[in-house]
Design a protein around this ligand. Structure first.
Ligand SMILES: Nc1ncnc2c1ncn2[C@@H]1O[C@H](COP(=O)(O)OP(=O)(O)OP(=O)(O)O)[C@@H](O)[C@H]1O
Ligand SMILES: [Mg+2]
Length: 247
């Protein structure tokens, strides 16, 4: 099963991806989290800690500078550039690098293409994509099971979400679930629903415990598992899992 997490910059993609991945792993599924951002920080939100996250980022950078050998296949890439963390989630950094070798499976393809080729991976793959619509455009016509569109109740964030939802629908890329993030009141939620009618919406409250976790470089799921915002994200994960598994 493949889950793509998209949305405007700063909307909450990484926070959402991390809680989703750990929720999947806790339900007993082998879970691979892909950090597709050129500024990778999914490790911190997953609870890997600063040291392990830095180490993973370092490996990716070493590849870019030629100090580290390339991986010959996608499976080797996950093996070599991946690490197991809390709840057994395997994290791999697959962001685009500056000096890719053409045709190389570990660096010459976009994270979106890489995800498209991941049908053989067992369990669930969660891709924390880079901000904006480019991600969905680069997905081409290759479907995933679920596209989680993270949107804050602001005009700009909702505009990106609306265009993302249109693209996903046009191309039949997968079931869309909107994570209405940082919702403060009923008006916020109503705003999201009015811009994105007919879509499934999960409401995630604005949660001080999530901001605190971010400041401390820890996983919200570890520091505040019972906070309303964290529980709402876990419920979103359970909702995603209710999708029929196609791969
Ligand atoms: N529900 C929430 N309540 C409070 N703060 C939140 C919530 N969700 C995310 N945040 C905070 O918002 C900020 C951005 O979140 P996050 O890094 O997950 O966004 P992003 O979409 O991955 O950003 P980028 O586009 O830079 O990768 C972080 O400081 C995070 O702690
Ligand atoms: Mg992010």
């Amino acid at each position: 099963m493949k889950v793509a997490v998209v949305g405007k910059g700063g909307s909450g993609k990484t926070t959402t991806s991390a809680v989703l991945a750990r929720t999947f792993a806790r339900s007993g599924l082998a879970t691979l989290a892909l950090d597709c951002d050129t500024n990778p920080n999914l490790g911190l939100s997953l609870g890997y800690g600063e040291e392990a996250t830095e180490k993973l980022v370092g490996v990716r950078q070493a590849l870019d500078t030629g100090e580290e050998g390339h991986a010959g296949s996608m499976i080797e890439l996950i093996d070599r550039f991946g690490v197991d963390g809390p709840d057994g989630v395997r994290l791999a950094i697959v962001s685009a690098i500056e000096n890719p070798e053409p045709g190389c499976p570990c660096c010459g393809v976009s994270p979106e293409r890489l995800l498209a080729d991941m049908d053989s991976v067992e369990g669930v793959v969660v891709a924390d994509f880079e901000a904006g619509l480019g991600t969905i455009i680069r997905m081409g016509d290759d479907p995933v099971d679920v596209v989680v569109i993270v949107a804050e109740p602001t005009a700009k964030s909702l505009e990106v979400a609306r265009r993302a939802a249109d693209l996903v629908k046009e191309r039949g890329l997968g079931r869309v679930i909107v994570a209405a993030n940082r919702v403060r009141d009923a008006d916020d939620l109503a705003r999201v629903r009015s811009v994105l009618p007919d879509l499934e919406v999960s409401s995630i409250p604005d949660e001080p415990a999530i901001t605190r976790a971010e400041r401390n470089g820890v996983a919200p799921l570890d520091s505040a598992p019972d906070a309303a915002g964290v529980r709402a994200l876990v419920e979103l994960g359970e909702r995603v899992l209710s999708s029929p598994i196609s791969a």
